[in-house]
Design a protein around this ligand. Structure first.
Ligand code: NAD
Length: 356
């Protein structure tokens, strides 16, 4: 069975997405999802503006919709099921790695992705990238598969933040706001947001930030040290998270992390690398070593999608996470290039979502 779809294709060269009419057929393990909404993540800008790209691509990796068709070997869902799509496999130990998706365009050429794509009226994804989502709101479903998974998961899983720990988040965008919300929900205090935009910092307060710092007009490291005086005499946050994707921020966020105390067994805090720096960065090796600090990479918030999406849905149902407030900018499918341009220019307050 084929499903007619209108999907966004990034041509081999240039930065402008084109809408193509295609017929999608689910491979043996694939699912076609008729979409209600999808999110626009900063990581896709890295692909759009990648100077080394030379092939047509399909993009996007978070959405909510209804299963329209399934391949012969699909057992997890059936047509009519409500699902969210994500990019972390649901059953990674199955012994079958999800195949890269390739869409055949009307002229016979291919547009590909290394895992999944959601930017279109329909998504074509391996069944490992869908999670059943009956009853989720459109806004929560649109952002749970990446922004919430990554930001909240980074706090809950990668850093395993405990009540009373101090947390600072650099970058109050789609991912960073979810990290702030999770830190607040898990009982961290203080919860400090650092950004370069006062409007984003204002929004950060409504997502649980107790303190905000504009990195252009203030000194984040000194301010954080002043906000975090520990009884043992040390200063700095237990956990810093960089959600900006700017490599130059990593040594700054590391400097704001609490050092360990020699002779006590108390080691320093952790800096979690969430944003994806596209260039190498230099670290103060003395700060890292002498403070017994950790720098920890984070992929998709170290999440198990089925387990953790249920937790996040519980936060939303209990009124502790407001997905509608995260979706600050809404677009139609034919406005996708505007959404991309707005995100690139820093004009998106929280998460941009395309509604279908
Ligand atoms: N590790 C993962 O698995 C994973 C998953 C998804 C996204 N990401 C990455 O996370 C990052 C954030 O994604 P997003 O969609 O939230 O982006 P976004 O554009 O919505 O947010 C980025 C935020 O960083 C702020 N910022 C920029 N420079 C800053 C600076 N010098 N100091 C403080 N704040 C600054 C911006 O104002 C913005 O609020 C990107 O690098 C993205 O590629 C990583």
């Amino acid at each position: 069975m084929t499903v007619h779809a209108r999907i966004a294709v990034l041509p081999p060269h240039g930065h402008t997405l084109e809408l193509h009419d295609v017929d999608l057929a689910a491979g043996p393990y694939e699912v076609v999802v008729e979409q209600r909404a999808f999110g626009v993540c900063h990581s896709q800008l890295d692909r759009i503006f990648d100077p080394g790209r030379s092939a047509a691509m399909v993009l996007g990796h978070e959405s909510i919709g209804t299963v329209a068709a399934v391949g012969d070997e699909v057992t997890y869902v059936q047509p009519g099921d409500e699902v969210v799509t994500t990019w972390i496999p649901r059953t990674p130990l199955l012994g079958r790695a999800p195949a890269p998706t390739a869409v055949i365009l009307a002229d016979g050429t291919k547009a590909t992705t290394h895992n999944t794509f959601t930017w279109g009226t329909h998504a074509l994804v391996d069944e490992q990238y869908v999670v059943k989502a009956a009853g989720l709101s459109r806004d929560l479903g649109a952002i749970i598969g990446c922004a919430l998974m990554t930001g909240a998961g980074a706090v809950m899983n990668t850093a395993a933040v405990e009540p009373g720990q101090s947390v600072a988040v650099w970058g109050a965008g789609g991912v960073g706001l979810c990290a702030l919300a999770a830190a607040s929900i898990l009982g961290a205090n203080p919860v400090i947001a650092v950004d370069i935009d006062d409007d984003k910092l204002k929004l950060a307060r409504s997502f649980g930030a107790t303190d905000v710092i504009n990195a252009v007009t203030g000194d984040p490291v000194e301010t954080i040290r002043a906000l975090t005086a520990h009884p043992d005499g040390t200063r700095g946050v237990d956990v810093a998270l960089d959600c900006t994707g700017r490599g130059a921020n990593i040594p700054i966020s590391l400097a704001a992390v609490r050092p360990g105390i020699r002779g006590t067994g108390i080691r320093g805090g952790a800096d979690i690398l969430v944003g994806i720096p596209r260039t190498p960065f230099l670290l103060d090796s003395f700060d890292l070593l002498n403070g017994e600090k950790s720098l920890i990479g984070c992929v998709g918030g170290s999440c198990d999608p089925v387990r953790d999406f249920a937790t996040f849905a519980g936060w939303a149902a209990g009124g502790r996470f407001d997905a509608a407030a995260l979706v600050t900018d809404r677009y139609a499918l034919d406005e996708l290039n505007t959404a991309v341009a707005d995100l690139h220019a820093g004009r998106v307050g929280g998460r941009a979502v395309v509604e279908l």
